[in-house]
Design a protein. Structure first.
Length: 78
């Protein structure tokens, strides 16, 4: 992303979006040597819910507004 502070404002502003209501937990981590590089962990009740979340148009739009650069990388764990 271009600017963590700008990204964080958008990230925090979408926490009440109904489409994101199935997130059961979350954490945000900044890279020590590159603070504009972040790792965001979201927790869901199932992998299917996680996959559905990453496909949401609302998520894509929020990432674009937040200044996410390049293709985001999603991984799914149980």
């Amino acid at each position: 992303m271009a600017d963590y502070d700008a990204w964080r404002k958008v990230y925090d502003s979408v926490s009440d979006v109904p489409a994101f209501s199935n997130i059961t937990g979350e954490s945000v981590h900044r890279m020590v040597d590159d603070p504009d590089n972040v790792l965001v962990l979201h927790y869901f009740d199932s992998v299917d819910e996680a996959r559905a979340f990453t496909a949401l148009p609302e998520l894509q739009e929020a990432m674009q507004r937040a200044g996410v650069q390049g293709e985001p990388h999603f991984e799914y764990y149980e």
